[in-house]
Design a protein around this ligand. Structure first.
Ligand code: ZN
Length: 145
Protein backbone atom coordinates (compact mmCIF):
# COMPACT_ATOMS: atom_id res chain seq x y z
CA UNK A 1 0.00 0.00 0.00
CA UNK A 2 1.55 3.28 -1.14
CA UNK A 3 0.56 6.38 0.78
CA UNK A 4 2.01 9.85 0.64
CA UNK A 5 4.97 9.91 3.03
CA UNK A 6 3.78 12.90 5.04
CA UNK A 7 0.44 11.17 5.53
CA UNK A 8 2.25 7.95 6.38
CA UNK A 9 3.99 9.83 9.18
CA UNK A 10 0.72 11.19 10.60
CA UNK A 11 -0.70 7.67 10.65
CA UNK A 12 2.40 6.16 12.28
CA UNK A 13 2.44 8.95 14.88
CA UNK A 14 -1.12 8.19 15.93
CA UNK A 15 -0.40 4.45 15.87
CA UNK A 16 2.62 4.80 18.15
CA UNK A 17 1.12 7.43 20.44
CA UNK A 18 -2.64 6.95 20.30
CA UNK A 19 -4.86 9.70 21.68
CA UNK A 20 -7.68 8.97 24.13
CA UNK A 21 -6.62 5.34 24.37
CA UNK A 22 -7.18 3.70 27.74
CA UNK A 23 -9.68 1.61 29.62
CA UNK A 24 -13.21 2.63 28.63
CA UNK A 25 -15.12 3.24 31.86
CA UNK A 26 -18.50 4.46 30.61
CA UNK A 27 -21.66 2.57 31.50
CA UNK A 28 -22.37 1.98 27.83
CA UNK A 29 -19.49 0.31 26.03
CA UNK A 30 -19.49 -0.74 22.41
CA UNK A 31 -17.24 -3.39 20.95
CA UNK A 32 -16.68 -3.45 17.20
CA UNK A 33 -14.63 -5.94 15.26
CA UNK A 34 -13.35 -6.14 11.72
CA UNK A 35 -12.97 -9.89 11.19
CA UNK A 36 -11.31 -9.41 7.76
CA UNK A 37 -8.25 -8.00 9.47
CA UNK A 38 -8.62 -8.93 13.14
CA UNK A 39 -9.08 -5.33 14.33
CA UNK A 40 -11.01 -4.71 17.54
CA UNK A 41 -12.15 -1.51 19.22
CA UNK A 42 -13.94 -1.04 22.55
CA UNK A 43 -15.17 2.48 23.15
CA UNK A 44 -17.20 4.50 25.60
CA UNK A 45 -18.20 8.14 25.76
CA UNK A 46 -20.65 10.50 27.36
CA UNK A 47 -22.85 13.18 25.82
CA UNK A 48 -23.14 16.25 28.06
CA UNK A 49 -24.77 19.52 27.01
CA UNK A 50 -24.80 18.24 23.44
CA UNK A 51 -21.04 17.66 23.46
CA UNK A 52 -18.96 14.52 23.08
CA UNK A 53 -17.02 13.95 26.30
CA UNK A 54 -15.07 11.24 28.14
CA UNK A 55 -14.33 9.41 24.90
CA UNK A 56 -11.97 6.55 25.69
CA UNK A 57 -11.17 3.59 23.51
CA UNK A 58 -9.03 0.51 23.61
CA UNK A 59 -8.13 -1.76 20.78
CA UNK A 60 -5.85 -4.06 18.90
CA UNK A 61 -5.23 -4.42 15.21
CA UNK A 62 -3.45 -2.99 12.21
CA UNK A 63 -1.89 0.46 12.13
CA UNK A 64 -4.70 1.85 9.94
CA UNK A 65 -7.47 0.80 12.34
CA UNK A 66 -5.67 1.97 15.47
CA UNK A 67 -4.41 5.25 13.98
CA UNK A 68 -7.86 6.01 12.58
CA UNK A 69 -9.47 5.45 16.00
CA UNK A 70 -6.91 7.79 17.56
CA UNK A 71 -7.47 10.47 14.90
CA UNK A 72 -11.25 10.16 15.26
CA UNK A 73 -11.15 10.42 19.05
CA UNK A 74 -8.96 13.52 18.88
CA UNK A 75 -11.25 15.07 16.29
CA UNK A 76 -14.65 14.52 17.92
CA UNK A 77 -13.76 14.90 21.62
CA UNK A 78 -15.19 18.11 23.01
CA UNK A 79 -17.10 18.81 19.80
CA UNK A 80 -20.83 19.24 19.61
CA UNK A 81 -22.72 16.18 18.42
CA UNK A 82 -23.69 18.18 15.30
CA UNK A 83 -20.03 18.92 14.43
CA UNK A 84 -19.01 15.33 15.16
CA UNK A 85 -21.73 14.17 12.79
CA UNK A 86 -20.42 16.46 10.04
CA UNK A 87 -16.92 14.99 10.53
CA UNK A 88 -18.33 11.45 10.52
CA UNK A 89 -20.21 12.07 7.27
CA UNK A 90 -17.22 13.71 5.62
CA UNK A 91 -14.93 10.84 6.63
CA UNK A 92 -17.39 8.20 5.46
CA UNK A 93 -17.78 9.95 2.10
CA UNK A 94 -14.01 10.11 1.68
CA UNK A 95 -13.60 6.44 2.60
CA UNK A 96 -16.25 5.37 0.09
CA UNK A 97 -14.76 7.44 -2.76
CA UNK A 98 -12.26 4.79 -3.96
CA UNK A 99 -9.50 7.38 -3.92
CA UNK A 100 -11.46 10.09 -5.76
CA UNK A 101 -12.23 12.39 -2.82
CA UNK A 102 -9.49 13.76 -0.59
CA UNK A 103 -11.75 15.17 2.12
CA UNK A 104 -11.88 18.71 3.50
CA UNK A 105 -8.99 19.36 5.87
CA UNK A 106 -10.87 22.07 7.78
CA UNK A 107 -13.40 19.41 8.79
CA UNK A 108 -11.23 16.31 9.03
CA UNK A 109 -7.86 17.71 10.22
CA UNK A 110 -5.44 14.75 10.58
CA UNK A 111 -8.02 12.35 9.18
CA UNK A 112 -7.27 13.54 5.62
CA UNK A 113 -4.10 11.47 6.03
CA UNK A 114 -6.31 8.40 5.57
CA UNK A 115 -7.69 9.51 2.18
CA UNK A 116 -5.33 7.20 0.30
CA UNK A 117 -6.70 4.18 2.18
CA UNK A 118 -9.98 4.54 0.26
CA UNK A 119 -8.19 3.15 -2.82
CA UNK A 120 -7.79 -0.17 -1.03
CA UNK A 121 -11.23 -1.75 -0.51
CA UNK A 122 -9.86 -4.36 1.90
CA UNK A 123 -8.58 -1.61 4.22
CA UNK A 124 -11.59 0.72 4.21
CA UNK A 125 -13.21 -1.31 7.01
CA UNK A 126 -10.02 -0.92 9.06
CA UNK A 127 -10.19 2.86 8.73
CA UNK A 128 -13.94 3.02 9.45
CA UNK A 129 -13.94 0.72 12.49
CA UNK A 130 -13.33 3.35 15.18
CA UNK A 131 -15.73 5.80 13.52
CA UNK A 132 -18.52 3.22 13.43
CA UNK A 133 -17.85 2.43 17.09
CA UNK A 134 -18.11 6.15 17.86
CA UNK A 135 -21.41 6.41 15.97
CA UNK A 136 -22.84 3.39 17.75
CA UNK A 137 -21.77 4.66 21.19
CA UNK A 138 -23.14 8.15 20.50
CA UNK A 139 -26.51 6.74 19.44
CA UNK A 140 -26.64 4.48 22.50
CA UNK A 141 -25.97 7.59 24.60
CA UNK A 142 -29.00 9.26 23.08
CA UNK A 143 -27.42 11.29 20.27
CA UNK A 144 -29.34 11.52 17.03
CA UNK A 145 -26.84 10.68 14.31
ZN1 ZN B 1 -7.05 -3.59 9.81
Amino acid sequence: MELDSLYQEVILDHYKKPHHKGLPTGEIQVHHVNPNCGDEITLSLAIRDGKVEDLVWDGVGCSISQASASIMSELVSGKSVADAQIALQEFTEMMQSKGKYQGKEEILEDAVALAGVSKFPARVKCALLGWMAFKDAAIQNGAEL
